[in-house]
Write a protein that binds this ligand. Structure first.
Ligand code: AMP
Ligand code: MG
Length: 190
């Protein structure tokens, strides 16, 4: 049977990775397995070997051509993985030169997702989560700018649906309601 390819996106700090990890545990208990792949980790592995960044949060500040080259390499590696796959990534990456499509046409054609999930929540919740996350170098931006990014992600997800015929699922990961987000994710992945 052909595996399912699901792409999970959301602005930095929305809690994508947490929702994915918890949903996968619940699915495994039902005998449904997915391989979770972090797109940024594939890019970071190459970037680290080339000594061009110290941490993964520096990648979005690299020049455009370098980011696109790393993106291309990661997408080729990921496209070769078979079975049920969850790709933890970004609908768009906020760079100093503007939004960079996380899934430009040449990336999407390789991945051919069945579904794109947008994990969202209120802008001020994201702002607070970023401020309290000491494990990452999160961008310091105001609620308005976070709102702009979330809106841009919805728009670009629509174009991804046009290119692939995938569905777009929006899941809210609100404060104190992680379990609601996880149930919706489980439902979407089942
Ligand atoms: P994350 O750990 O998901 O926040 O990803 C770390 C970094 O990887 C991001 O800040 C981006 O620089 C990069 N990245 C992840 N996914 C993509 C993508 N689809 N296209 C371009 N860059 C990406
Ligand atoms: Mg993450």
């Amino acid at each position: 049977m052909k595996g399912r390819k699901v792409i999970i996106t959301g602005v930095p700090g929305v809690g994508k990775t947490t929702v994915i990890t918890t949903a996968m545990e619940k699915l495994a208990a039902e005998g449904i397995t997915y391989q979770a792949i972090n797109f940024g980790s594939f890019m970071f592995e190459v970037a680290q070997k080339e000594n061009i960044v110290k941490d993964r949060d520096e990648m979005r500040k690299l020049d455009r051509d370098t980011q696109k080259r790393l993106q291309q390499l990661a997408s080729q590696a990921i496209a070769n993985i078979s079975g049920n796959v969850i790709v933890d990534t970004h609908a768009s990456v906020k760079t100093p030169k503007g939004y960079l499509a996380g899934l430009p046409e040449w990336v999407l054609r390789g991945l051919m997702p069945d579904m794109i999930v947008l994990v969202e929540t209120d802008n001020d919740q994201i702002l607070m989560r970023r401020l309290s996350d000491e494990t990452r170098v999160r961008d310091k931006e105001g609620s308005r700018s976070i709102d702009g990014h979330q809106q841009f992600n919805r728009s670009i997800a629509a174009s991804y649906a046009m290119l692939t015929g995938c569905t777009v699922k929006i899941i809210t990961n609100a404060d104190h309601l992680l379990d609601v987000a996880v149930s919706e994710m489980v439902e979407a992945l089942r």
